[in-house]
Design a protein around this ligand. Structure first.
Ligand code: ADP
Ligand code: GLC
Length: 480
């Protein structure tokens, strides 16, 4: 039996702020249980809903020296959907209404988590063959493993994988503070290891010390070797190019299935999608107080409202867009300026714009099901799951050709009658605007072609099967 331990700051269904949680919650289910024992370890946040906390059972606890004090580390266990989840408990670090809080505090919190994960393993009597680390929050696990967990047989030979879901977030802090909190020696604070500018950098640590590195699409794996997308780590990415591979994300086909989804008004399959999507659209127009009208071109956005997602392009042409016969439904939270922009347009065009500035899984499903198209003009996008969810629901994505968007959305070609969405290349508001108008014209003037595209989008396979197989091959290769 091969043992793989996922270490992550989020996982569905316990806690989610973005796609990382979807990936970590879905991928472990896709391995053959008779050969792979895949488990997940994550923090026990106070803000995990009570109904899920009730599934957790006390496993063990101990005290660990960390950042100048002896600190409590509890471990709880839950079995969810046949997968074992472990939760690291410490009320000082993991309390509060959200998983992430203030920047410096988050760094300390996840350094604690990384040390606690390794310290807990012998007590759990579980020796993983591989620890699969996700994003900066787990970047010190490969470093600590190299540094202070090598004495004795237990840790010797454990391999690590570092998966980059977003290179923008690295977990860096002033090197003196970083060193004091992490307890790492001067040896690690050099430019070829964890130092970057004046800061210590958690993700960089993981990328230097992991045995293998992955990221979540082929295009992003190439992009991060360049200065524009490399976020200061492109040199390291080039240096480790042989250990870096792109494996595109999938989505959980049990959760995202228009045929069985309980959150949407009318279920459907590829065979009856155009009619049923229209019925869903009418229901959503009514629920959100938008103007009625079957032919109004409804654009959906479900997103963290941050600069990464291209909202400055949308802001630039929003007024012009609202002069057209379109409706725009937004669901998201994030930067104040983007939230305010959408609220302002919703106030000005109440028949056309619905700004839902909150987080809601059921509403996200309704948008994926009801809209005609989904707008995602990202500046960069490691993979993107929202466009995959849209495709699955026959809502055609309009995307910028970057990262995973480029790899998963095939642009419509009128001449060959092929494609599953629409795309543009340059990060330019007018290119985006013209692409939206082009999609609108196909929707209005060539409805047959549009409906055929819905069929193609829904019949694409973005389940986890093919990608899980690539992870499996990598695990086998690492374990040898
Ligand atoms: P990222 O991880 O960069 O935020 P992804 O496209 O990979 O982007 O994943 C975003 C995930 O978060 C999707 O599952 C999407 O449906 C969900 N999501 C984002 N914002 C909201 C929201 N306000 N309410 C519900 N789900 C949301
Ligand atoms: C990150 C990226 C997103 C990706 C997700 C899951 O949040 O921004 O593109 O889909 O991680 O890998």
């Amino acid at each position: 039996m091969k043992r793989i331990l996922f270490a992550s700051s989020e996982a569905v269904p316990f806690i989610k702020t973005g796609g990382l949680a979807d990936v970590v919650g879905a991928l472990p289910k896709c391995f053959d249980k008779s050969a792979y024992d895949v488990r997940i370890i994550m923090p026990k946040y106070q803000c995990i809903p009570d109904r899920l906390k009730e599934l957790m059972q006390y496993k063990t606890h101990f005290y660990m020296d960390f950042a100048g004090a002896s600190r409590y580390v509890g471990v709880l266990e839950a079995n969810y959907g046949g997968i074992i989840y472990w939760f690291i408990d410490n009320e000082e670090y993991f309390s509060g209404p959200k998983p992430y809080t203030e920047w410096h505090w988050d760094i300390q919190k996840f350094m604690f988590f990384d040390r606690a994960v390794l310290s807990a393993l012998p007590l759990l009597d579980y020796r993983p063959d591989i620890i699969h680390c996700h994003d900066w929050q787990t970047g010190l696990i490969p470093v600590y493993l190299h540094d202070s967990f090598q004495g004795g047989d237990f840790f010797r030979g454990i391999k690590t994988v570092m998966t980059i879901h977003n290179l923008k977030f690295q977990g860096n802090d002033n090197s003196l503070v970083f060193q004091r909190l992490s307890g790492l020696s001067d040896y690690y604070m050099t430019y070829d290891k964890l130092l970057m500018g004046p800061d210590g950098n958690m993700l960089k640590g993981g990328l230097v010390y992991a045995d293998a590195i992955t990221t979540v699409s082929d295009s992003y794996a190439e992009e991060i070797k360049t200065e524009f997308y490399g976020e200061g780590l492109d040199g390291l990415m080039r240096a480790r190019a042989h250990d870096l591979r792109g494996i595109v994300n999938g989505i959980d086909y049990d959760i995202y299935d228009p045929a069985t989804d309980k959150d949407i008004a009318f279920n459907y399959t590829a065979d009856n999608a155009p009619q049923k999507k229209l019925e869903n659209k009418r229901a959503l127009q009514k629920e959100l107080g938008l103007g009625s009208g079957d032919n109004r071109f409804m654009l959906g956005i479900v997103s963290r409202l941050t600069d990464q997602k291209g909202f400055d392009l949308i802001a630039y042409v929003m007024d012009k867009l609202c002069q057209k016969d379109v409706q725009i439904v937004i669901l998201g939270t994030g930067d104040q300026k983007h939230e305010d922009m959408f609220r302002w347009f919703a106030g000005r065009f109440p028949e056309k714009v619905s700004a839902n500035i909150y987080y809601s899984e059921p509403m996200s499903h309704k948008i994926y099901a009801s809209c005609d198209a989904f707008l995602m003009p990202s500046l960069f996008e490691p993979c993107g799951l929202s466009q995959l969810m849209s495709l699955r629901y026959g809502t055609l994505p309009i995307v910028r050709e970057t990262g995973g968007l480029r790899d998963t959305v095939e642009p419509y070609n009128q001449f060959t009658d092929s494609g599953t969405g629409f795309s543009f290349t340059a990060y330019n508001a007018f290119d985006m605007y013209n692409t939206v108008l082009f999609a609108h014209s196909i929707y209005i003037d060539h409805r047959d072609a549009w409906n055929r595209m819905i069929g193609r989008a829904m019949n694409k396979d973005f389940s986890w099967q093919a990608s899980a197989e690539k992870y499996r091959e990598m695990y086998d290769w690492l374990i040898g």
